[in-house]
Write a protein that binds this ligand. Structure first.
Ligand SMILES: NC(=O)c1ccc[n+]([C@@H]2O[C@H](COP(=O)([O-])OP(=O)(O)OC[C@H]3O[C@@H](n4cnc5c(N)ncnc54)[C@H](O)[C@@H]3O)[C@@H](O)[C@H]2O)c1
Length: 420
């Protein structure tokens, strides 16, 4: 393919070299004249292992050229890939000035009657395609836009320092289009790359990149907080780390990562609280760990709002699943108890059922907790027969429901157990 790349920084320049290696003809554009001159003279504008060799090879084969102005160079291009910067604005949002400018420049330079895929690789927030980029193209090109331009969002997952390896062996390829359908030209570009491909709508493809980077930041911050606690307590951070990462079943795994119910039960809240105490007591100052219980409370409240959306107080509600998870009758610190309490407080006519709970059989701390936090339990708890046959205005299914109840057809069900 003939591919134009806009923005020859870490992402654009590396991409340019790698695409030339794949045999594509790549024309690069950057507003920085020194960068453009360096590239054409065979000097990499960035420091990145392996790019010098790829640049030399690409220039020798006549597959790489760089320019400061577009002119009529988009004629015959199959693809334009936008890699301009999106630095932080003062309020923390992305500064979209360069994206807006380059979009207008591309739209103005596209030759009439052509057909091009314009791919955005810069990191941009959900909604940018619909509310910023498409209107710019439409404003400049009018009816030609729909006929001649395919817009794609394709987040970049390369890491500086291993950018070439990451280009050829990406962890995944995400292709966002207007309706989530695959793009033929993106498929051609990604041919030979061994990675799972996700063809999805724009907004999810854009959020994906933020979620990844924020997750990586959470991992680093968490690891460092654990390291700080170890330092403060005079313990070996290395030993704790080795044991932590050796657990690929529960720790480094998809477990505990699906959006759904809040955490609860007799261990997680208690032990997070205790580690928070140890960290504060020893001066480790663990901001991330300290934020977990607040985040969990915020989530419980949001799930309550989600559960009663569209319902009026007085409506008949069945809460199916009361324990902190399925197949246990442990009610201690169950988020579903908090939910039941909220539902009662807000005036809903609440019935509760849990296949694993029998209020008469609760004993010890479990009984004490239930009695303190939900004294109405024995009055509002209904039998399986009632739960499965009565008509409710809303049935709230939780992570504790399991798959063990059969609801009559036509029930209005909200599933809080999984948002994914
Ligand atoms: N650096 C990374 O490791 C990395 C990884 C994944 C995603 N990203 C994202 O990719 C985007 C680019 O990042 P980067 O680190 O390569 O940025 P960068 O600052 O190194 O490069 C951006 C380039 O765009 C050029 N530019 C600005 N306006 C232009 C225009 N109108 N026409 C042509 N060129 C223009 C700038 O001169 C600059 O050379 C950002 O959105 C970033 O968040 C970066």
């Amino acid at each position: 393919m003939k591919i134009a790349v806009f923005g020859l920084g870490y992402v654009g320049f590396t991409g340019m070299c790698c695409m030339a290696k794949q045999g594509h003809e790549v024309i690069g554009f950057d507003v920085s004249a020194p960068k453009v001159e360096a590239i054409n003279a065979g000097r990499s504008p960035i420091t990145e292992p392996g790019v010098d060799e790829l640049l030399t090879e690409g220039l020798a084969k006549g597959l790489i050229s760089a320019h400061t102005s577009i002119g009529d160079r988009l004629a015959g291009c199959d693809m334009a890939i936008v890699c301009v910067g999106t630095p932080s604005a003062p309020d923390g949002s992305h500064n979209m000035t360069y994206i807006a400018e380059v979009s207008r420049q591309i739209a103005q330079a596209l030759p009439e009657g052509g057909s091009i895929t314009v791919v955005y690789r810069s990191t941009i927030r959900p909604g940018s395609m619909e509310h910023l980029i498409s209107p710019i193209f439409e404003g400049v090109m009018g009816a030609r836009f729909d006929a001649e331009v395919e817009l794609v969002y394709n987040p970049e997952f390369l890491r500086e320092g291993s950018a070439i390896k990451d280009y050829f062996q990406p962890p995944k390829i995400v292709v966002g289009t207007k309706d989530g359908s695959p793009s033929a030209r993106m498929n051609a570009l990604n041919e030979g790359l061994d990675a799972p491909i996700f063809n999805i709508p724009f907004a999810e493809s854009q959020l994906t990149k933020f979620v990844d980077n924020t997750w990586h930041a959470v991992k680093v911050a968490f690891a460092n907080e654990v390291g700080r606690i170890c330092l403060q307590l005079g313990l070996s951070a290395q030993t704790v780390h080795e044991i932590f990462i050796s657990d690929t079943k529960l720790n480094i795994s998809p477990y505990y990562l699906r959006p759904g119910g809040a955490f609860g039960g007799s261990c997680l809240p208690k032990d997070v609280r205790a580690l928070q105490f140890i960290a504060n007591d020893s001066g480790a100052n663990t901001q991330l760990i300290n934020s977990l219980l607040n985040s969990n409370e915020a989530h419980k409240y949001r799930l309550f709002q989600h559960a009663v959306k569209g319902l009026k107080p007085g409506a008949k509600v069945l809460l199916a699943g009361l324990a902190f998870k399925a197949d246990t009758d442990d009610l201690r610190e169950s988020p579903n108890i908090d939910l039941a309490r909220n539902l009662l407080r807000e005036g809903y006519e609440l019935s509760v059922f849990d296949p694993a709970v029998e209020p008469r059989n609760l004993v010890g701390a479990n009984l004490g907790y239930a009695f303190t936090t939900l004294p109405e339990l024995s009055k509002i708890f209904v039998s399986r027969e009632k739960a499965e046959s009565m008509q409710f205005d809303r049935v709230i299914v939780t992570n504790a429901t399991g798959k063990k109840i059969t609801l009559p057809k036509g029930q209005d069900v909200v599933n809080l157990g999984s948002l994914a």
